[in-house]
Design a protein around this ligand. Structure first.
Ligand code: CU
Ligand code: CU
Length: 272
């Protein structure tokens, strides 16, 4: 069973193993399949039923999505798990996460192309094929759209929010836990991190930047941290809604797990 750890606690050897598995997944085409799943979900979410974003199933959908990623990595190297990025602690473009032996750094001035690390275009290992513009290279613009990352104090206030979510479910103004964690209203958490990294993290093809998975692993950990003290429903709605995913409704495109199947993440992996 995978153990997901803070990215900054990984040894050099563990960082290398993670990067190598991601590069092999990219080479085999599996990584781009995942980028396509996210792109398709965001396109669908802007039209009909909201599943992946701006709805209660934001958290279980991305949990299932990260499981897909992690299982594909483990098929390549069983020792690898998805690390998480605690952006309340590692808050600058010089944090170890962005070193050349891990995710590489910020984009350069001008076209914002990432020049360092294993995902730089010049390596030949990271050409972007699933994209929504003509740029084949990874782009980051840290701090440009949002000057600072969410703080520990802001996260702490969101972790006290109840209920999980509330009617009308897909509205941006309700202030349940899911809405706040996703980043509608104040404080803004998940969405603000996408804005801070900038570049591809602003797009529907955000998973082209591997930091997407480290960011969502931390969002996923926040959901599990919120769940522990809850005595009531850890997912809502439980049923009888036509426009959102109920707790016993399978999540597309996998259609093999429901939010209820995913609430206890310890069945699938653990956090350390
Ligand atoms: Cu998403
Ligand atoms: Cu996201």
């Amino acid at each position: 069973m995978p153990v997901r750890r803070n990215a900054t606690t990984l040894t050099a050897q563990e960082r290398t193993a993670f990067v190598a598995a991601v590069l092999e997944l990219k080479r085999s085409g599996g990584y781009d399949m995942l980028v396509k799943i996210h792109l398709d979900r965001m396109t669908a979410d802007s039209g009909g039923q909201r599943v992946g974003h701006q709805s209660p199933s934001f958290l279980p959908w991305h949990r299932r999505y990260l499981l897909d990623f992690e299982r594909r990595l483990q098929a390549i190297d069983p020792t690898v798990a998805v690390p998480y990025w605690n952006w309340t602690i590692d808050r600058t473009p010089t944090a170890p996460l962005w070193n050349a032996d891990f995710l590489g750094g910020d984009g350069r001035a001008g076209d914002r192309r990432v020049l360092t690390g294993p995902f730089a275009y010049s390596t030949g290992n990271w050409p972007l094929t699933i994209r929504v513009d003509s740029r084949p290279y990874l782009v980051r613009a840290m701090g440009l759209e949002a000057p600072t990352l969410p703080t520990a104090a802001q996260l702490a206030t969101v972790l006290t929010r109840t209920p999980y979510d509330t009617t009308p479910w897909t509205d941006r103004s309700t202030l349940g836990f899911r809405t706040a964690l996703e980043g509608f209203g104040t404080p803004n958490l998940h969405n603000l991190v996408h804005l801070w990294v900038g570049g591809h993290m602003l797009q529907s093809v955000a998973p082209n930047d591997p930091v997407f998975f480290l960011h969502h692993a931390f969002i996923d950990k926040c959901w599990s941290d919120w769940c522990i003290p809850q005595t009531g429903d850890r997912y809502l709605p439980t049923g009888n809604t036509t426009n959102v995913i109920d707790s016993t409704e399978p999540l597309p495109p996998w259609n093999d797990m429901t939010p209820a199947d995913l609430i206890d993440h310890t069945l699938h992996y653990s956090y350390e």
